[in-house]
Design a protein around this ligand. Structure first.
Ligand code: V4E
Length: 234
């Protein structure tokens, strides 16, 4: 897909809400779009290449809400990344992503991480808060994000369309289907929902898409990317 079509999609007005009487088995608040002071949620997400075909189908989706936001992300502490923990400062707030214990986190093409925000970040790290002005990030990415929330077959999911930019000319586009769950027992159900959503939207499941952080590191911080690759974390 061209950058122009994604940019114009990012400016689309919201679609009308589609009422559904079916209660949702998979529903949880997003922590990072409208963050409370501290929370932890399990994110089941699949990244995808945003083809024009998928984009046309997404545009037809009946959504409950849509939003467009800008995310200013800086990632810190390479040592944490090398143990699959991702500490970032997003729009002035700390967030930490940690993998779920296996086997829940192991699913083909899908990543399952617990996202921690607020003071719980420092409890999880067993550390005191760091001064963001005193450390240098290993990655900095600005993302224009269009987020669509939808309810389908009684379950909630989100489609995220990201247009990313970074220092030294970094540019990247990608999409994500995301389902939030409140317990690891619901991860298989969330994966099945993502499969159905992807199929109905014409998103190719065999096509694995690199996340924006990995795409950034590959281009702009290859030493760290190489170390992550050696540990099987790319
Ligand atoms: C690299 C990484 C993480 C940090 C970035 O998380 P990601 O979900 O890609 O970013 P974003 O901005 O979409 O977060 P959101 O706004 O949805 O919270 S967390 C886990 N990883 C490792 C990883 C990997 N190596 N490959 C894939 C496909 N996913 C995750």
């Amino acid at each position: 897909m061209s950058s122009t079509s994604l940019s114009s999609f990012l400016r689309c007005p919201p679609h009308p809400a589609s009422p559904s009487p079916v209660p949702s088995p998979l529903s949880a608040p997003r922590c990072h779009s409208n963050p409370p002071s501290s929370c932890s949620a399990i994110e089941v997400e699949r990244k995808f290449y945003v083809s024009d075909h998928a984009l046309a189908n997404i545009a037809k989706l009946s959504t409950t809400t849509t939003s467009t936001i800008t995310l200013n992300d800086s990632y810190y502490r390479e040592s944490l990344a090398l143990s699959d923990r991702w500490l970032r400062h997003r729009n002035g707030k700390w967030q930490l992503k940690v993998p779920l214990p296996k086997p829940q986190s192991k699913s083909s093409h899908t990543s399952v991480y617990r996202e921690i925000t607020g003071p719980a970040v420092w409890r999880e790290l067993n550390d005191s808060p760091i001064d963001v002005n005193r450390i240098v990030p290993y990655a900095t990415i600005v993302t224009d994000r269009k987020e669509l929330h939808a309810k389908w077959q009684g379950a909630h999911f989100s489609i995220v369309l990201d247009a990313c930019a970074g220092p030294r000319g970094f540019r990247y586009h990608l999409g994500e289907i995301e389902v939030l769950v409140d317990h690891s027992s619901k991860v298989p159900e969330a994966n099945a929902l993502i499969d159905r959503v992807a199929k109905s939207l014409g998103i190719e499941l065999h096509h694995t898409t690199e996340g924006k952080l990995m795409a950034f590191l590959k281009q702009k911080n290859p030493q760290l990317y190489y170390k992550l690759e050696q540990r099987g974390l790319t």
